[in-house]
Design a protein around this ligand. Sequence first.
Ligand code: NAD
Length: 432
Amino acid sequence: MNIAIAGTGYVGLVTAACLADKGHSVTCVDVNAEKIRLLNDGAIPIYEPGLEPLIERNRARLRFATDDKEAYREAEVIMIAVGTPPLPDGSVRLNDVWEVLRRIALTAERDCLVAIKSTVPVGTGDEAARFLAEHARHRVRFDVVSNPEFLSQGTAVRDTLQAPRIVLGVDSDRAERAMKELYAPFALPYVVTDRKSAEMIKYAANVFLALKISYINEIANVCELTGADIEAVAEGIGMDPRIGRRFLRAGVGYGGSCLPKDANALYALAASYGYSLKTVWAAIDVNEKQKWKLIDKARSYIGDFRNQTVAVLGAAFKPGTDDVRESPALANIEWLIAEGANVRVWDPAALGHVARRFGDAVVCCQTIEDAIRNADVCLIFTEWPAVLQFDLGRYKALMNTPLVVDGRNCYDVKQAAAAGLIYESIGRPLAG
Ligand code: NAD
């Protein structure tokens, strides 16, 4: 099929590459001319494992353009994968989605399917359908489908090719048939429902994960008070198939472009109907507090951060991505700078974002050794493989004081103590 995708971010680009890999012709459209230039030059503007070879292999079926008119005019399917970032009140900024819809109404010259992959509040698809029907410049019929995306950054290609289900929110058999034709080569199960339910499935799924993380983080906090070990607790409850092991890793809280914004958006959506979603509010509140755990723990050893050298390992919100949106590390770096600490940051993928955001206020380090050299404390925010595999003895050898406060439980508590570290982690008893 002839497909156009609006937005070449994590979702748009990965979707485009996977659809091309299954034999479709895909034109990726972005308003960011620099991204399109990079893609046309053979570079990939985001870090996502497995994406580069997939794009290379399918170059013949992929086009990258800023000209949306050319792309939308003859497309059989137009997928919307632009960003839907949060507004200060927690609701969703839909400007980019509406801009794409306006452009589609103006430019599409054949009947086409408009699939909304961006995460949008319940009811947006229905509004989009009304808008396109009213504003189509040419005599065309639009079928609007809610096709929410569930990929995770870092495993996005695999998540797309082997998705547990494809959710289709449709209002006609025709739209359902066309979407199933599009996804037929993936041979994956479908959940077919109405548009509003499909939009709600996306929020309900994401926010459930946020609840799960905040729950395990609170249990970790109670473990610290009682002397229980969160690792054993998570294993014990995770083996129950009704609960499951995933998203039960205690830490410094969830980040990224999805869970924080979607939790806030779902809360705001319910509030706009006069309903207070108490469970979701609790998850948001717990996460906000959890973000500051490492600093709280470090403070009990070093007191004031002024003039202390602080090594920060990891800036991305999780390993396998360069994304720093809503990363707990960034809020902490900002706070540390304001307190007058000398901050040295290491991250294998996201250092460019750190440098752009903080400039000379931090030292960006290419190696872990460089970051921890002469540091008074090391804070671990992201469990990158290089951190997990790092020789514990090097902390003791290189740091001023071997105080390591680990927000991702990267090391065995006893081994850390044996290596001479003053080691604090989340929800686990201290060694000895
Ligand atoms: P992103 O910010 O990485 O990319 C969005 C892209 O859209 C940008 O390159 C931007 O320049 C482009 N854009 C903006 N306006 C445009 C326009 N008018 N025409 C064409 N392109 C335009 O976003 P993302 O992380 O890929 O997320 C996209 C959507 O998918 C969001 O709604 C998000 O909530 C949802 N989502 C994201 C993930 C994820 O892990 N990132 C997972 C599931 C769902």
